[in-house]
Write a new protein. Structure first.
Length: 374
């Protein structure tokens, strides 16, 4: 059984004010071409189809176009919602769509049943677990204590009653402890969304979404495929790809990567204004790529962004690196913190004591609600 694993499409995303919709249309075409050439039996999309829980009209149109194209292919499609999606909105008309071989997970209610495919090696069961929080699992299993994200995912999997003598795939969207984040991902509130990789023991392949760089966690078959496109300059050196999984007999899983080349790349360049604007420097570059430019001049260049965009029309970000910025970095150097950590620091400075556990839980809830509304 050959499986394509994708995630984190983020339809409708903007990066530094630039809409990614044209890049997403282009990469979808590349994915469809790969399906035609590789002929997988199934496609897994592990969450964050959209960039916002209430997506833009153009994002919805793009997803609709993608689904229609997939429905014309000879494969099954399995889609779960991520933390950026609204599970209810994403699964609209899912029972009707399923008649085309496209299955979208509903909002979590504690009842997850597998879809079973068969090949010469027997059954392959595919379980679809949308992004869940402890509150979701507490609502479904009122008599079970659920204190953490690890508890939530563990209990959800235990209640799938998976037959480990058969081949099984789990599609889910969570942050697994030990995975490496990128700047384009949300920093979790206080880091409380970590899930221990051992909750996936016994599952043949875990198709993860949420982390934007391809990587495995704990073991090779617990895997993030990463985004099909770059969404931040922290990903400038990433090689984007489709993860291709081949499951043969029980315990025999092969994984390979199919490279995905975007229409425009993310590039970083650093030098003086004089050098960066000289034809001998830029004539060998693809000036249509997205650029982060760092000027090393000691004095700021007047209206530098406007001037540089004459040469680099997709300049996304302009920085300076000189004695002044180095001094500022020494003063302001801080590690990246979550909203909860910043609030806790402010509270302690104002009140002379740290947040209590009850206060922490309350503030965490407020922050999550605000982010969901956004």
């Amino acid at each position: 059984m050959k499986i394509f694993h994708l995630s984190d499409l983020h339809f409708g995303k903007k990066v530094n004010g630039f809409s990614m919709i044209e890049e997403q249309e282009y990469i979808i075409l590349k994915i469809l071409q790969a399906i035609d050439s590789e002929k997988p039996d199934a496609l897994l999309i592990a969450g964050d189809v959209y960039d916002k829980s209430i997506p833009s009209a153009e994002a919805v149109r793009l997803f609709d176009k993608f689904l229609f194209s997939l429905s014309q292919k000879q494969l099954k499609v399995f889609i779960v919602s991520g933390n950026h999606d609204s599970a209810q909105r994403l699964s609209f008309a899912s029972r009707l769509i399923s008649e085309s071989g496209i299955y979208i997970s509903p909002a979590y209610d504690g009842n997850i049943h597998p879809f079973t495919l068969t090949d010469e090696y027997g059954k392959l069961n595919i379980y679809m677990l949308p992004f869940i929080k402890p509150a979701d699992v507490r609502a479904a299993f009122k008599d079970i204590a659920v204190e953490s994200y690890t508890d939530a995912v563990r209990i959800a999997i235990e209640n799938m009653h998976i037959n480990t003598n058969e081949r099984n795939i789990l599609v889910c969207h969570q942050f697994v402890t030990g995975s490496v984040r990128c700047d384009s991902e949300e920093v979790s509130v206080g880091g409380i969304d970590n899930v221990d990789a051992n909750v996936f023991d016994g599952i043949d392949y875990v198709a993860l979404g949420h982390i934007h760089s391809p990587q495995w966690v704990g073991r090779e078959t617990v895997r993030y495929c990463g985004t099909p496109l770059k969404y931040s300059f922290s990903e400038a050196n990433h090689k984007k790809s489709i993860t291709v999984v081949e499951l043969k007999e029980k315990g025999n899983v092969d994984i390979k990567l199919l490279p995905l080349e975007a229409r425009r790349d993310f590039k970083e360049i650093s030098s003086s204004y004089e050098i960066i604007t000289s034809k001998s420097f830029y004539e060998s570059l693809n000036r249509q790529d997205y650029y982060r430019i760092t000027l090393t001049d000691e004095e700021d260049i007047y209206d530098a962004v406007t001037k540089l965009r004459v040469i680099y029309p997709n300049l996304m970000k302009l920085d300076y690196s000189n004695r002044r910025t180095a001094a500022c970095e020494e003063i302001n150097a801080t590690e990246k913190k979550s909203e909860l950590e910043y609030f806790a620091e402010l509270y302690e400075k104002q009140n002379g004591c740290p947040l209590s556990d009850v206060q922490t839980q309350y503030i965490t809830k407020i922050i999550e609600e605000v982010k969901e509304e956004d």
